[in-house]
Design a protein around this ligand. Structure first.
Ligand SMILES: Cc1cc2nc3c(=O)[nH]c(=O)nc-3n(C[C@H](O)[C@H](O)[C@H](O)COP(=O)(O)OP(=O)(O)OC[C@H]3O[C@@H](n4cnc5c(N)ncnc54)[C@H](O)[C@@H]3O)c2cc1C
Length: 326
């Protein structure tokens, strides 16, 4: 470790003031502290926001859900309203990390977590995300777990969050507050593809604080779920994953929300799959046909070519689990 200052704030104004002066927010600390130990991150000032009133899961006026940024992953997963209305969120959370981590880690921290690319976490390796201009060791290195969608010459790292895949599928909104006031960012615009600036990972401005994630209301019944495929069944990040939500009325699919994880530089929404499903009757043939589009645009690397087929199968299987087979 290296020397840094630590301050605990008790209200949002105090937090924003410290954030504006360059302080780095810390919530559960489950990932930031690791990165500091490895000297991948070297913030000079930590601002502990854990005492701020950003807790609670509430139903919005429009019938959606608002999950406070400081709600613990375990708490959100177990919340009755989350479980009953958006099981895809509960499942994504429960398939993440470990029980101990989920008891400590927060929703805001989860969507802000950084890639698990081993070259990013190895300060002796070239990594444009960690050190702009230093190259991408993963491109020509061992890239089995890396992204096949949304990559650039500068970066091929995946976004590791599971619940972010559910938020992308459900078209959530991230509420933030900053020195210039509050604003809302559609989830699709919150996490940034690497392009030529992989060090810029999300749309937050300096000092902005996430206050909540809001999930819009959907027509009922909405059936949903999350499937995660990984090298071992527990305590492991996704090789591929699929978040699926379907609204079927009168035997016809009226709404389809599908996104994939483990494959993109950001959680990967699958509009071509969704388009294929809407207006159709659920059937095994439909799931298979729609899932063929899951890897549209994929650019696999030397060691992760298998993800193209695995992704299609993951999406097909999760459509079958959520939508049933006829
Ligand atoms: C061994 C291990 C396995 C894991 N496995 C998985 C997994 O399978 N799936 C998965 O999804 N995740 C996994 N994780 C990641 C875990 O979910 C994250 O560590 C956790 O969600 C981060 O939350 P936190 O509150 O501890 O964040 P912190 O470590 O406190 O902060 C993380 C980042 O978020 C920023 N931040 C936090 N809160 C706010 C806010 N309100 N506004 C603005 N910025 C904020 C911080 O500045 C920091 O940059 C794993 C982690 C570990 C260590």
């Amino acid at each position: 470790m290296y020397p840094f200052t630590f301050t605990k704030v008790s209200d949002t104004a105090e937090a924003l003031n410290a954030g504006h002066r360059g302080g780095r927010y810390i919530a559960g600390g489950t990932t930031l502290v690791d990165l500091m130990r490895e000297t991948v991150e070297r913030p000079e000032t930590l601002v502990d926001i854990s005492a701020l009133p950003l807790r609670g899961v509430t139903v919005t006026e429009r019938g959606g859900l608002r999950i406070g940024a400081l709600v613990r992953m375990a708490e959100a997963a177990a919340h009755a309203k989350v479980r009953t209305t958006y099981p895809v969120i509960s499942e994504a959370l429960e398939l993440s990390a470990s029980a101990q981590l989920r008891n400590m880690a927060t929703i805001g921290g989860n969507i802000m977590q950084r890639t698990r690319c081993t070259y990013f976490r190895d300060v002796t390796a070239g990594c444009n995300k960690r050190e702009p201009g230093s190259g991408c060791a993963a491109r020509d290195g061992f890239n089995r777990t890396h992204a096949i969608l949304g990559t650039s010459d500068a970066c091929v790292a995946t976004h590791p969050s599971d619940v972010a895949v559910a938020f992308a599928a459900l078209q959530a909104t991230v509420h933030v507050v900053g020195p210039d006031g509050a604003r809302s960012i559609p989830f699709a615009d919150f996490l940034l593809r690497p392009g030529s600036t992989p060090e810029r990972e999300q749309a937050l401005q300096k000092g902005e604080l996430i206050t909540a994630v809001e999930i819009p209301a959907f027509p009922r019944p909405l059936k949903s779920g999350y499937l995660k495929v990984r090298d071992r069944q527990s305590y492991e990040f996704a090789l591929t994953s699929a978040a699926v939500a379907l609204h079927v009325r009168g035997g016809v699919i009226r709404e389809a929300k599908v996104a994939a994880g483990g494959v993109g530089t950001v959680p990967w929404k699958l509009p071509a799959v969704e388009k294929h499903l809407i207006g159709e009757r659920p059937s095994q043939a439909l799931w298979a046909e729609a899932a063929k589009h899951a890897a549209d645009g994929a650019r696999p690397l030397e060691h992760n070519r298998f993800k193209v087929e695995l992704l299609k199968r993951t999406v097909e299987r999760q459509l079958r689990i959520v939508g049933g087979t006829k």
